[in-house]
Design a protein around this ligand. Structure first.
Ligand SMILES: Nc1ncnc2c1ncn2[C@@H]1O[C@H](COP(=O)(O)OP(=O)(O)OP(=O)(O)O)[C@@H](O)[C@H]1O
Length: 224
């Protein structure tokens, strides 16, 4: 099976206030369609790692490959393009623009990519909303929908450019158990039916044990 994301010998140091070796020789691969969770105690380096994997932090040692292409040492502009095209993000807090409609929020990353017409983007956004059973919310303001609905809109937005991988930082951390299960089921369907890869940092052991594989971190290292 093809490899979507690969980390080779990733090391990271925070230099202030004192030199701190936060990530220690991180190596792993995420295959197409794999649903992987990252777990570990608070402070072990999960968010720092996700920042690097998502190309937002470029201050690290080692190599990162996205769809078998080396993406370390690329320009900020190119990384911004790669991120928008190939990586979808779902965070603990949805970061929707509250004054915009649900549909407009979902369309935004595709508008930024500027590869399709307004009509095509609107059509794609409606398809994603339908897939997540929230198309009836399309014209509502993002501020006027529930927390669980907002997280589904955030997932639709993450999917709009048909990314290779979705990265999540505690995507169910702010949801009740019913909505958390809902998000898990959506992710599982995307992985099984559409071959989308997912990499999710979570503190929720029940969520993690249902994923294909758990990457367990301890003190900046991968233990499993
Ligand atoms: N900008 C920074 N400068 C210095 N140290 C930092 C910085 N950001 C994070 N750290 C430290 O690096 C370590 C890893 O932080 P990180 O946020 O990656 O942990 P985490 O596993 O995601 O924790 P949590 O589960 O609480 O979110 C922690 O000890 C943290 O205090």
């Amino acid at each position: 099976m093809s490899i979507v994301l690969e980390a080779k010998h990733i090391n990271k140091y925070f230099k202030k206030p004192v030199m701190f070796h936060v990530l220690k020789d991180i190596n792993f691969q995420i295959k197409k369609g794999e649903f992987v969770s990252i777990m570990g105690k608070s402070g072990c380096g999960k968010s720092t790692l996700l920042y690097i994997l998502s190309t937002m932090d470029t201050d690290y040692e080692g190599e990162l490959f996205l769809n078998n292409k080396l993406i370390t040492n690329q320009s900020r502009e190119h990384l911004s393009y790669l991120r928008n095209k190939h990586i979808g993000f779902v965070f603990q807090f949805h970061y929707l623009l509250s004054e915009f409609s649900v549909l407009e929020n979902v369309m935004l990353p595709a508008k930024k990519l500027a590869k399709k017409s307004h009509q095509e983007i609107e059509h794609d956004a409606m398809e994603k909303l339908k897939m997540l059973n929230i198309d009836h919310l399309a014209l509502k303001r993002a501020s006027r929908i529930s927390g669980g609905e907002k997280q589904r809109v955030a997932i639709a937005r993450a999917l709009i450019n048909n990314p290779s991988i979705i990265m999540g930082d505690e995507p169910t951390g702010n949801l009740d158990s019913h909505n958390a299960e809902n998000v898990f089921n959506i992710f599982e369907r995307l992985s099984n039916e559409q071959g989308l890869s997912l990499l999710v940092v979570t503190h929720d052991g029940d969520f993690a044990k249902k994923t294909d594989r758990i990457i367990q971190m301890e003190d900046g290292k991968i233990m499993t």
